[in-house]
Design a protein. Structure first.
Length: 210
């Protein structure tokens, strides 16, 4: 499925030319005459997409829009295309997560290459977010006692220790442990620990062997 490229530029002739060029290359294109225009009808994330963004525009600048989108939790990668390139602006944009920074007039090869990389990055980010959402969902299905067992398992506690800490029997802990593995949809302790890590539930300095 071709991606959607959201073109944000106050230059009408540029928007028209770039829209034609990208449609010929097989992309779907949405155009916006200002940063605010894009914020007024924010792009959906159901399909792969990226933003082709000018730097200097009336109202919100491209860099300000980049900051605003980050605050809103957007995962659409940004490719800047500008007529006024300078090193500090380029560095700031890339540090803030821009996929690329091109100077007008960019060749079709440069443009398509940057868009392809941006779309690949979008897919990777969406996949990561989807996995995280799935882990959060499964974690919410645990009962309060199963959640206690989960927290102790991922910190390297064995059944005997968990039973002592929770004031129950090893047999009960084993049953809870089985439920935790089932509900979290994992097949090994390593996968369970990985899920906890992804959710930021483990202290980075924690030693599972200790």
């Amino acid at each position: 499925m071709p991606g959607i490229v959201h073109v944000v530029d106050d230059d009408t002739s540029f928007r028209t030319a770039i829209e034609r060029r990208l449609k010929q290359a097989g992309y779907e294109v949405e155009t916006y005459s200002s940063a605010q225009h894009l914020l007024d009808r924010p792009p959906g994330v159901e399909r792969p997409g990226c933003i082709l963004l000018d730097v200097k525009m009336p109202g919100l600048s491209g860099l300000e829009l980049q900051d605003r989108l980050t605050q809103l939790g957007s995962i659409l990668p940004i490719v800047f295309v500008t007529g006024y390139s300078d090193i500090p602006t380029t560095v700031r944009a890339i540090k803030a997560g821009a996929e690329d920074f091109l100077t007008k007039p960019a060749s079709s090869e440069q443009l398509i290459g940057a868009i392809e990389r941006a779309l690949a990055r979008y897919e990777a980010q969406r996949s990561q977010r989807s996995k995280l959402d799935s882990i959060v969902f499964h974690l919410a299905t645990l009962t309060p006692r199963e959640r206690q067992v989960f927290d102790l398992i991922v910190r390297g506690k064995i059944n005997k220790q968990i039973a002592a800490e929770l004031g129950t029997t090893e047999r009960t802990v084993k049953a809870h442990r089985h439920e935790v593995m089932e509900k979290m949809r994992v097949h090994s302790l390593a996968e369970l620990v990985s899920s906890a890590e992804r959710l930021g539930l483990l202290d980075r300095s924690f030693n599972l062997g200790g």
